[in-house]
Ligand binder design. Structure first.
Ligand code: ATR
Length: 269
């Protein structure tokens, strides 16, 4: 029987997840199909019943459902608990589990660097910022700070994760070795020409990491590169969170280089 997988979110808009997972199923000869399920917030608990009664083998979960699904699960991994959000549903026997692969996705490109940064500043205080802080802690980065437009949220996050809070207007006075943008500034659409960092304020030799992948090179990354920084695109996070989901669901590894090329082609078309 064909195994059903998919993604829930609202509004779901365009997502590259079906492209990635269906390609993986095809390449590895797995009888699976991955569909997009746009799902309004009021329908989450009914959908979670469907997950238990229909032959659904796994789901990706995106905004705004990453917290809401947690109430309907039998088990939540320690990592997902630490983030406070679930982006992956999978079965362990009859146990419906929730994991957060955004964390491994986010830190995967950092693990490939020759040396890890000693300090990191996370811009933004939403779900992606929570995954970033969790990931940087897992990597052993000691000096982590968070800066967000709304001061109250900065402080809440800083208290919860025991990291430093930096006022939004003071963010560029710090000199972190890694700057990670989790805000939508620079994203395709109305915010594409925006950036969370002035081009002449990048610390020398810092790493600029944008979790946005559309466009592939945001203004933040372009200006960071021009300033001599190492740059990391959000495509790597998207790719690696997806590879980790696929592994949880099928026990198999998708070909990383092939999958990256697939996504690059999809973004260029
Ligand atoms: P996600 O779950 O993907 O992280 P989110 O929860 O909507 O998304 O968080 C987006 C973050 O980007 C928020 O911290 C938001 O700041 P506020 O807490 O002040 O809302 C930040 N953000 C959104 N638009 C922004 C803008 N124009 N300038 C600066 N920060 C912005």
């Amino acid at each position: 029987m064909t195994q059903q997988y998919g993604i829930i979110g609202w509004p779901l808009g365009h997502t590259m997840s079906p492209t990635l997972h269906n390609w993986g199923f095809g390449k590895l000869g797995i009888n699976g199909v991955y569909d997009a399920f746009p799902l309004e917030p009021t329908d989450v608990s009914a959908f979670m019943e469907r997950v238990r009664t229909e032959p659904i083998s796994g789901m990706s979960v995106t905004i705004p459902h990453k917290r809401a699904v947690m109430d309907s699960l039998d088990h939540i991994t320690d990592r997902a608990k630490a983030v406070g959000a679930v982006n992956t549903l999978y079965w362990d026997g009859d146990t419906l589990c929730g994991e957060n692969t955004d964390v491994v996705g986010l830190i995967a490109p950092l693990k490939k660097l020759d040396t890890l940064p000693n300090s990191a500043m996370v811009l933004g205080a939403g779900g992606a910022a929570r995954a970033a802080i969790t990931g940087f802690k897992e990597l052993g980065i000691d000096d982590i700070s968070v800066s967000n437009r709304t001061a109250e949220k900065t402080q809440t996050l800083a208290n919860e994760f025991s990291v430093k809070a930096v006022a939004w207007e003071d963010r560029m006075d710090a000199a972190p070795e890694l700057i990670c943008n989790t805000t939508p500034l620079g994203m395709a659409g109305d915010m594409e020409t925006m950036t969370p960092w002035d081009k002449d304020r990048f610390p020398a030799e810092c790493i600029a990491y944008d979790i946005i992948y559309n466009p592939l090179q945001t203004r933040f990354l372009r200006e960071a590169e021009e300033a001599g920084c190492v740059v990391l695109s959000g495509l790597e996070m998207f790719l690696h969170q997806g590879l980790a989901q696929f592994k949880l669901w099928t026990g198999q590894d998708m070909n990383e280089d092939g999958a990256r090329q697939l996504l690059l082609n999809a973004l260029k078309s």
